[in-house]
Design a protein around this ligand. Structure first.
Ligand SMILES: Cc1cc2nc3c(=O)[nH]c(=O)nc-3n(C[C@H](O)[C@H](O)[C@H](O)COP(=O)(O)O)c2cc1C
Length: 246
């Protein structure tokens, strides 16, 4: 660092010095690192978005561990701008389904543009959302657009969509690891979810995830995942001929 680098007090005038602690870290032998990376890929590659659930119960504790895992996500300025509302009450799930289907009906029978329709055709989804009442749990993830201090004054949050979406990724991985299935569902629009679930104005619903076990006759669309070479580049890539056409 150069001699004239600004001090903490100069960069953050009036703020207390941050507190640090030693990082807890166990360095693994390289062979074990590789084996774990590969094994985790195989585990995650077996995950599929599932749209057919049965109603077998899942203990709340399992959901709580998965949500705690989601809560380990990194977040912009460590604001942790997420809230997970886990719905299991059958009457509340029924109201949720009714409200979602009312919006989805309008989307599927009218307002969905042709390009979106073409993208969804291979998945064959429709406005009927039986998973919202079949699955024992429906987790509605809210992002906290801004914070509220003790006096109700707004405090700024940072990268809330990115942060909450990373948390959802961890949630999905945790649920899969626990032997459950889920569906990443984005009803559109979903503003009504705040009121239905009694959430404050500074939060906005981001995703809806039914969680449980698959129905015995569950099917999934036949899909291929992009191979590594299509999603990965090291440095400037193999060719020095310049950027490849997308
Ligand atoms: C942000 C996001 C929104 C999604 N929204 C919906 C949705 O509203 N309804 C649905 O049936 N699937 C939805 N999906 C699931 C995708 O269709 C699914 O992940 C994709 O087809 C790949 O299938 P896979 O998850 O089994 O690999 C969504 C996924 C993501 C990541």
């Amino acid at each position: 660092m150069s001699a004239d680098a600004p001090t903490f007090a100069e960069v953050y005038p009036g703020h207390p010095e941050p507190q640090f602690e030693p990082l807890e870290f166990i360095r693994l032998p390289p062979g074990e690192t590789l084996a774990r990376a590969e094994a985790f890929y195989h585990e995650m590659n077996a995950r599929r978005t599932t749209r057919h659930f049965n109603c077998d119960p899942v203990p709340q504790e399992v959901i709580e561990w998965a949500v705690q895992t989601a809560g380990t996500a990194p977040s912009g300025a460590h604001r942790q701008p997420w809230r997970f509302v886990a719905v299991q009450d059958p009457a509340l799930k029924a109201r949720l389904r009714e409200a979602v289907e009312a919006e989805e009906y309008k989307t599927y029978t009218g307002r969905m543009p042709g390009e979106w329709r073409a993208a969804l055709a291979p998945l064959g989804t429709d406005y009927v959302k039986a998973h919202l009442t079949d699955a024992p749990w429906v987790i509605v993830v809210f992002r906290e657009k801004y914070g509220l201090d003790a006096d109700g004054k707004r405090t700024k949050n940072y990268y809330t969509v990115e942060s909450a979406s990373i948390a959802v990724g961890l949630l999905i991985a945790a649920l899969h690891h626990a032997g459950l299935v889920t569906l990443t569902h984005t009803p559109n629009p979903m503003g009504f979810l705040s009121e239905l679930l009694g959430r404050p104005k500074n939060e906005e619903a981001l995703m809806v995830l039914p969680v449980g076990y698959p129905a015995p006759d569950a099917t999934v669309p036949r899909l291929a995942r992009k191979p590594l070479k299509q999603i990965f580049q090291v440095d400037l890539g193999e060719s020095s001929a310049g950027p490849v056409e997308p």
